[in-house]
Write a protein that binds this ligand. Sequence first.
Ligand code: MN
Length: 250
Amino acid sequence: MRSGLVDFHCHLDLYPDHAAAVERCERDGVFTLTVTTTPKAWQQNHDLASATRHVRAALGLHPQLVAERAHEIGLWEELLPRTRYVGEVGLDASPRFYRSFETQKEIFARVLSLCTAAGNKIVTTHSVRATKAVLDMIEQYMPPTRGRVVLHWFTGTAAEAKRAVDLGCYFSVNADMLANEKRAAITKALPLDRVLTETDGPFTQTDSRPTTPSDVWIAVEGLARLHGMPQADISATIMRNLKSLLVEQG
Ligand code: MN
């Protein structure tokens, strides 16, 4: 097992055995950000993560749940001072969730504003069919001196990628993004010092089973192939990027 891997967007509480999933990250030395889809899930994630060196828990309110759970923003706000990590948050304009899009925007504006007011937060962000709206809101509500957005599973255009870079964003890249030729070309154009890796497990599959954080080496291998670089160099770059993301802000 390779150590020193980074899975910056994973849902450890959605595996059948949450505690075992956390324990595996710790055993395999995978630096994992476990995101939550509702603030109600954060405390347990935080308790399990706090006992480890490699796992941290992010406080989220998933855009796909906003239709039913917008009222949980109160709990989200209450918990925000207790963590530096935020997510999964963002916008989803796909047909199934579009009816809540206006509410999603209100919630995401509030999330970004409160993170900006607090300072020094790291926000892992969902942007399905909504890259432009997400970037507009980052520009409006979160100056790069006040926090950092990591765009999870970025699906925007090359021009939007450039805009995101100018807004200070990082990108967490998974194996599925690299398996798609068009997505891979856009991923290749991202500045390598803004790239992290992720699995989005258990929502992705590896060998017909849910991906686990330890499978994130497949994304490292994909990035190595994409850039024609040794895997060890990509791995070291991602670890360095994680460190600069974590120290960058005052
Ligand atoms: Mn996710």
